[in-house]
Design a protein around this ligand. Sequence first.
Ligand SMILES: *Cc1c(COP(=O)(O)O)cnc(C)c1O
Length: 423
Amino acid sequence: MTAAPHFPIRDGILHAENLPLTDLADQYGSPLYVYSRAALQEAWRRYDSAVAGRNALICYGVKANSNLAVLHEFQQLGAGFDIVSGGELARVLAAGAAPGRIVFSGVGKQGWEIRKALAAGIKCFNVESAAELERLADMAQEMGVRAPVSLRVNPDVDARTHPYISTGLKENKFGIDIQQAPALYRQAQQMSGLEIVGVDCHIGSQITEISPYLDALDKLLALIDALAADGIQLRHLDLGGGLGIRYTDETPPHPAELLNPVFAALQARGLDHLQIILEPGRSLVGNAGVLLTRVEYLKYSDVRNFAIVDAAMNDLMRPALYQAWHDVVPVQPRTGTRTDTYDIVGPICESGDWLAKDRELPLEQGDLLAILSAGAYGFSMSSQYNTRPRAAEVLVDGSQHWLIRPRETVQELYAHERIPPRT
Ligand SMILES: *Cc1c(COP(=O)(O)O)cnc(C)c1O
């Protein structure tokens, strides 16, 4: 059985650090997200040690898990933040982030979001189109400030990951075609509302090899040379996020395996004045969380058996969205119960509502299961579909724990809805 190191089995019960998950489920009910603070800290230290003594900034990719407690933890550890919306800007500021450590990515930044970020004084806008560049320059000028900008270029490399989470190919909506970047940088240089500070790319997610990054780096370095020839000097190079985690048998590289060749390439080109920025999301939080769910019903048929659980696609959307694979383990493994092959499915009225398929498990109704590696793109992608309150979230630290988001109540789900008068 695979359990992440911060989720050990002791006395026959799966724990989060020192706490039995059965106790947390009894106290808070299920479905329940449980995060390990030690796992967050360890994931952070892997990056932090890889950039020790370097001019580098690790900006946590907020959308992977945006609970304020998680953001505050990374803020305390020294992280910057990569945001993709005005909502995320408000969250990271509420968690104590320094505006000078925030970069703002995303293809569709709206006027109000740009205004808020300019007012806050963020480190950099990662601009994804010529049209956005113009809007940003106009708004900055109106506000009497200069917007720090980086162009997010699309280096046209294949990250060899799931098509839905690959972003660095020409056909993707993301970034600016690297061929068009020099001309756009020259234009940006003429716009008084802008200050060019860097270049950026983000090629995908759950990437398990280094070579796509190094391919992208080569293209970015060639661009940096071309810009220098035009008199455009950059201060930073942002390689985005995307390092993968182990869900099953993947062996993703350590951040140092990515960063060492990056620093070496910069040195070789005399570019070590450039600050390196990374935007890891999944690899900082993915294996720090589990989703607890209870078996409501077991249902058998000739062709398939189902374990119908109380978590669903609204709680953890990744399987439905990307056919993602999550390990599912009993929290208190049984002996003497018949093992069958089950699809683990939720109660939602959609055939796409499944969490895992073809799992051999000894199950009985009422059993508690843990869906592993659920710390990234779990709660943050969750919804209230079928009028299901979103799950509670708990952070564990050793033998202590905190409820960092209570379970929503049903009344909260429609509290803002209005019935118009009959006419
Ligand atoms: C989603 C995203 C990230 C984080 O990606 P991970 O795969 O979770 O590391 C970083 N940068 C940008 C621009 C993103 O959209």
